[in-house]
Design a binder for this molecule. Structure first.
Ligand code: PGA
Length: 254
């Protein structure tokens, strides 16, 4: 069965104060939701234990990135096993900001996915085309190749730890959202790619990300292949984030 997920990616934002203000109210909301949505907070790694300490049973916690190694002389990196050890159950991998600003390659993304699933974390694999690629008619091909490359090392028995987040680069932090129809079309295409590579496509959750807000979430989540959202800016305000979690319909997807 596909999980319905709303995950808040704080990026390099937040503070101990924000953890204190926001996590309690999101937690009580997560505990009272009856639409089956799994709510995840993904703060900067340094705040993970503060968030975990306030998260209760229903609120999940994740990290935004891990190194691909399990331990060793890699100053500044954290390992998937360490995130698991601190109570995380999710990790983002291959976010477009990591690909664009930090030069993360498809091979590194694949190695991180391998390390994450081996550690028992759910890897939220981020893919998405640039505006230039979309305008050149290459969006689906670009996304398909990112999906295939990222999942190259996943083996049978690990697919329940894979989530794919489609985030068109031109929609991230810009206030421009893909229309629900365009997002749905890309999600259907990703599901087809998953089937082609032998993954259990119908049971893998696909999230949409890129300027998801309280007022556009319901239309996106109503689409049959959109199983939730990866939320940046709007995850930093408890009310906005909670409204997005509430926008998940109880009965769509399966
Ligand atoms: P945004 O970010 O919601 O601020 O556009 C989404 C993301 O980058 O995950």
């Amino acid at each position: 069965m596909r999980r319905k997920i709303v995950a808040g990616n704080w990026k390099m934002n937040g503070s101990k104060d924000l953890v204190q203000q926001l996590v309690g109210s999101v937690r009580s909301e997560a505990e009272s939701l009856d639409n089956g949505v799994e709510v995840v907070i993904i703060p900067p790694a340094i705040y993970v234990s503060d968030v975990v300490a306030r998260s209760g049973n229903r609120l999940m916690v994740g990290v935004q990135n891990v190194g691909q190694w399990s331990s060793g002389a890699y100053t500044g990196e954290i390992a998937a096993g360490m995130a698991k050890d601190q109570g995380c159950s999710y990790a983002l991998v291959g976010h477009s900001e990591r690909r664009q600003l930090f030069g993360e390659t498809d091979d590194e993304v694949a190695a991180k996915v391998e390390s994450l699933v081996a550690s028992g974390l759910t890897a939220v694999v981020c893919v998405g085309e640039t505006l230039e690629q979309r305008e050149a008619g290459r969006a689906e091909a670009v996304v398909a190749s990112q999906v295939k490359a990222a999942l190259d090392n996943v083996v049978a028995g690990q697919w329940d730890r894979i989530v794919v987040a489609y985030e068109p680069v031109w929609a991230i932090g810009t206030g421009k959202t893909a229309t629900a129809e365009d997002a749905q079309a890309m999600h259907a295409s990703i599901r087809q790619v998953l089937a082609e590579i032998g993954a259990p496509a119908e049971s893998i959750s696909l999230l949409y990300g890129g300027s998801v807000k309280a007022d556009n979430a319901a239309a996106l989540f109503a689409e049959p292949d959109i199983d939730g959202g990866l939320i940046g800016g709007a995850s930093l305000k408890a009310d906005d984030f909670v409204s997005i979690c509430q926008a998940m319909p109880a009965s769509t997807n399966s």
